[in-house]
Ligand binder design. Structure first.
Ligand code: ADP
Length: 543
């Protein structure tokens, strides 16, 4: 027997309508590419989203058309989030950090019709314009006064495009399973793969993430998502802002420590969200100016593992709790969050820090399990580790226009991560399955080693890879960037690690480098590092 409840569709337009009626005065503050700070209200944002929807209709945009953006976190991008998806078209957010050939690939693969671009990224498009002929035109996200000279053709100005449009627009109603937005993975190997989110998955994901148990976002919140709107929808924060009326502070191109602090000092966010590399820059900046992040209560850190030194620094220097979270593009992205619990209050700080190192518990709606090579489920004892599989209403079921089903196993998605799950359902990411170091049949977590090494006060970034070894197959090699002026030696680093890790985990050598390669989402590009150093120990032995 079916229940008797209305089957109203969950649509993104519903979020912005709710925001207009419920939180019209909530503020959205952005650092613009033009250089200044822009501020307006949710109501104004909603009105301009409708003007945009009218303008897109005039340009001939229809349901399912892909409308692309190449833009920072700013108010116009926010309007595109609601205007494009709200009218039934699909918002394709493009990551400007992809290589030019990947940009060409995804723009063509997605069959984008119009592309909205921030001033900063125009040169990226000029360099590839002859290879993206499916694009009918470009809309530069600025006003007439700031329109640049460009070799792009069919160019419109955003403010001119919407200025004479009506701010009345009747959002169409359609099936909630219709596609709303598209984001490509950063593709460390092969071409990027597209993840096509639905209206339903987007709304449910936002609903789940605002929970106190997850990211704790409410009308009292003022959040600063440094995590970009050009990748996995800034972890859903624009939708969460519309849902709750939280004040939104958008950093635009200013992701460095000084620019972030400038916004934090004036706007006083209590919730920050971003990847560890961004927080390293901010923490270094705060140390150099000797100030505290007084307004900040919680810092959500995901994308890569949060090191112990960062958890401590936020807590002890700034009184901020680090909410360690894990997810991926294929999961919209939130999978788990390590929110504060009552139990944590009764722990010693050291015990609590150890727990915070874990990636947290599944956000309600996400199921997860670990399996062995034959796909048999392994125990949730916090010790056994295996391949992590997930399923849930905001988890991918297949890649966009791609027949590869190798990641999908009996209704579960294989994350490519190796993990433990403990009896309280806390997830501990051991490593990416391709990064874990297989030494003499035992596994060493490159992430754990990096996290210990980065605790050394004279190092600013660390990367551990498995390199070929005659006896043990693979052994860990640590590559590290020293702080300016530091002469710390390999032996000193090993000494520092000696009481922190098992003896057989000790890196065979420490190599100091000037820089390390990163993916388009700021993660270490270990595939490149491995290529370069694969034979490092063999050469050393034969030398
Ligand atoms: P995003 O681009 O949003 O960072 P990706 O899909 O590129 O997501 O990468 C997801 C992968 O990042 C995960 O499968 C995992 O390996 C890694 N990751 C994400 N969060 C964490 C975390 N808190 N700790 C360790 N690894 C993480």
């Amino acid at each position: 027997m079916q229940g008797n409840i209305m089957a109203r569709p969950l649509l993104i337009s519903g979020l912005i309508e709710h925001a207009t009626l419920t939180h019209p005065d909530s503020e959205i503050v952005s650092r613009r590419c033009e250089g200044d700070i822009h501020r307006y209200t949710m109501k104004e944002a909603a009105q301009r989203s409708k003007k945009l929807a009218n303008a897109l209709s005039r340009l001939g945009a229809k349901q399912d058309d892909r409308i692309a953006t190449l833009a920072w976190n700013n108010h116009r991008h926010f309007e595109l989030y609601f205007g494009v998806s709200g009218m039934g078209a699909i918002l394709h957010t493009i990551n400007p950090r992809l290589f030019p050939e990947q940009l060409v690939y995804i723009i063509n693969h997605a069959e984008d019709r119009w592309l909205f671009v921030d001033l900063t990224f125009i040169p990226l498009l000029e360099a590839i314009k002859d290879q993206i002929s499916n694009i009918e035109g470009f809309v530069i996200m600025t006003d007439e006064a700031h329109m640049p000279e460009t070799s792009l053709t069919n160019v419109l100005c955003y403010e001119t495009l919407i200025q004479d449009e009506s701010d009345e627009f009747e959002w169409p109603e359609f099936d909630e399973n219709q596609a709303a937005s598209l984001c490509y993975t950063s593709g460390t190997t092969g071409n990027p793969k597209g993840v096509l989110y639905t209206h339903r998955s987007t709304v449910i994901h936002a609903q789940a993430e605002i929970a106190k148990e997850a990211l704790d976002i409410g009308s009292y919140s003022c959040m600063l998502p440094v995590v970009p709107m050009f990748h996995v929808n800034a972890w859903g924060t624009p939708y969460a802002a519309a849902m709750t009326g939280a004040k939104l502070v958008l950093p635009g191109p200013g992701m460095d420590g000084a620019s972030l602090w400038e916004l934090i000092e004036t706007e006083k966010p209590d919730l920050l969200l971003g990847v560890p590399t961004v927080w390293l820059m901010l923490l270094n900046h705060m140390e150099s100016i000797g100030k505290k992040l007084d307004s900040v209560n919680n810092v959500v850190v995901g994308g890569s593992a949060a090191p112990l030194s960062m958890i401590k620094k936020f807590q002890e220097d700034h009184g901020a709790f680090l909410v360690h979270a894990w997810g991926m593009t294929e999961m919209s992205p939130l999978g788990t969050a390590n929110a504060k619990t009552r139990l944590m209050d009764s722990m010693s700080l050291e015990e609590r820090y150890q727990l915070q190192l874990k990636q947290g518990r599944p956000v309600c709606g996400i199921e997860m399990k670990i399996v062995d090579d034959s796909n048999n489920e392994m125990p949730r004892d916090g010790v056994a580790y295996g391949r992590l599989l997930v399923r849930g209403p905001w988890v991918i079921s297949s890649y966009f226009k791609n027949d590869d089903q190798s990641s999908f196993i009996d209704g579960w998605f294989d994350t490519g991560d190796v993990a433990t799950i403990d009896p309280h359902n806390y997830l501990g990411i051991v490593d990416r399955s391709k990064d874990v170091i297989k030494s003499g049949g035992e596994w060493i977590s490159s992430i754990d080693l990096e996290n210990e090494a980065i605790g050394h006060p004279e190092l600013i970034e660390c990367c551990v890879i498995g390199v070929a070894h005659e006896k043990w197959d693979e052994r860990p090699l640590l590559l590290a960037i020293r702080k300016e002026g530091s002469n710390v030696t390999a032996e000193e680093i090993k000494d520092y690690l000696s009481d922190k890790i098992a003896k057989w985990w000790m890196p065979d050598d420490v190599v100091f480098v000037a820089s390390l390669p990163h993916t388009a989402t700021g993660k270490l590009l270990k595939i490149e590092v491995r290529k370069k150093y694969h034979d490092y120990l063999l050469k050393a032995e034969n030398a």
